[in-house]
Design a protein around this ligand. Structure first.
Ligand SMILES: [Ca+2]
Length: 209
């Protein structure tokens, strides 16, 4: 009787100890998780601050270059194309765009986003057409012939995300002053487009200071 009682008591004690250990372990796990989350937040903050600093640096660089050009424009020789200049891009029209839905009935509401470095501009939104006409001119500041200007076209959708229609990637070294022609649109590199890319866009380029 007594032996059995002692055995039971021991078992109870051991069970309680085990539970305590379990609790302790869970607490430690929780603390570790908290620490990891804090660390991640800290890293993100750090990354954000670095990005901010980088952006400020770039803005300062841009400012310096701009000021130098404007103040010295009268006296000094014109700046070289590889320091700073302006590009005027006219987005004239597009043709042969794909229909807006899989059935091929609806027409898209196309507009273009023009992006060069941190300069991002946008055309008007045209309504329900596969041959939109914009005839809008945009001004960009560029720094060198390796700069790229990406013209991407989107179908405005009221109730869902706008659909990608196609894009043209222009490397400045390929764009001569006065160039005007149709550019076939392509997909985005590394993106599996849900629709075949169709259509072309008419662009005009001129340079200025
Ligand atoms: Ca639409």
């Amino acid at each position: 009787m007594r032996l059995q009682y002692e055995a039971e008591e021991r078992a109870k004690r051991e069970w309680a100890e085990l539970q305590q250990k379990q609790q302790l372990w869970e607490q430690q796990q929780y603390l570790a998780q908290q620490q990891a989350a804090q660390e991640a937040a800290y890293q993100q903050q750090l990354w954000y601050m670095q990005q901010q600093a980088l952006a400020a640096q770039q803005a300062a660089m841009y400012q310096t270059v701009t000021t130098t050009t404007t103040t010295s424009a009268a006296a000094a020789p014109p700046p070289k194309k590889d320091t700073i200049s302006r590009l005027y891009l006219t987005v004239a029209e597009a043709r042969g765009l794909r229909s807006a839905d899989l059935l091929g009935i609806g027409k898209p509401d196309p507009y273009c986003i023009l992006q060069m470095r941190d300069q991002r501009l946008q055309t008007r939104k045209e309504k329900s057409t596969t041959n939109p006409v914009w005839h809008q001119e945009f001004e960009f500041t560029f720094f060198g012939p390796t700069d790229e200007l990406v013209v991407s076209m989107w179908d405005r959708d009221r109730f869902s995300k706008d659909d990608f229609l196609g894009q043209v990637v222009l490397r400045l070294s390929d764009l001569s002053d006065g160039l005007r022609r149709w550019f076939p649109m392509t997909g985005r590199p590394g993106v599996r487009e849900p629709h075949a890319i169709k259509g072309e866009i008419f662009l005009q380029v001129r340079y200025g200071r």
